[in-house]
Design a protein around this ligand. Structure first.
Ligand code: SF4
Length: 230
């Protein structure tokens, strides 16, 4: 694995290189998606323009600390990870997310991006695995989905539906077919909304309809009860 760039020691270059407002950087097990269970550094960017009713990271809506990209890369390197996930909030709401993703890839990490699907992904470095949400009606943010993003997904990427009830499931099943998602990306993820839909119900619906999707439960909620920093 290549080493990240050394930390910049001058304020002018820090401005030139870009900076991001960061809520937290931590090392944990990936709780979901294709790399579930693998040790991963999470870089959680502050801020999100959405307000999903089930949001479990509202603490990332505000606050945080401005960090130059070199300082972020330096902190990530301290964990010597193989996998790095850039998440939020909505990470693409900050323009310097794009150079961060590129520099993390340049440093040799396997990089993924968790995004709400509401902001354009066209400029994301193609080496990044995009995990793109399609917001369901019960999230109350389905009107924010940017369906133009689907054209920019590849076999490296994943699409996630957080499903709150049977109506959400039917909606997700329709979108799966409408956009032929199973053929377009590596995994389509159906995740029961924690606390509102029993995982067993979702599992039985998927089996009854023989859907080409991967059901997932969020590992970190079982291990750490969704505490920040995990
Ligand atoms: S997009 Fe994600 S971070 Fe933003 S409100 Fe929805 S669940 Fe929360």
């Amino acid at each position: 694995m290549n080493k990240p760039l050394p930390h910049s020691d001058g304020a002018p270059s820090a401005v030139a290189e870009g900076a991001l407002r960061i809520t937290e950087i931590f090392y944990s097990l990936q709780g979901e998606a294709r790399t579930v269970g693998l040790p991963t550094v999470f870089v959680r960017l502050t801020g999100c323009p959405l307000r999903c009713v089930y949001c479990d990271t509202a603490y990332a809506f505000s606050g945080g600390e401005m960090m130059p990209l070199s300082a972020i890369l330096g902190q990530v390197a301290g964990y010597a990870p193989r996998y790095v996930t850039v998440t939020g909030g909505e990470p693409l709401a900050q323009p310097d997310c794009l150079p961060l993703l590129r520099q993390l890839c340049d440093a040799g990490y396997e990089v993924s991006l968790e995004t709400s699907g509401a902001l354009p992904v066209a400029e994301v470095d193609p080496r990044v695995v995009k995990v793109l949400d399609l917001k369901t009606p019960a999230s109350e943010e389905a009107h924010r989905n940017d369906y133009g993003n689907i054209a920019h997904l590849t076999q490296r990427d994943q699409v996630k539906f957080v499903i709150c009830d049977r109506a959400d499931y039917e909606w997700a099943r329709f979108k799966l077919d409408e956009y032929q998602l199973a053929a377009k990306v590596s995994d389509v993820l159906f995740s029961p909304s924690h606390g509102s839909l029993p995982g067993r119900d979702l599992a039985e619906w998927i089996l009854a309809d023989n859907l080409p999707v991967r059901m997932q439960l969020q590992l970190h909620k079982y291990l750490w009860n969704d505490e920040p920093g995990h």
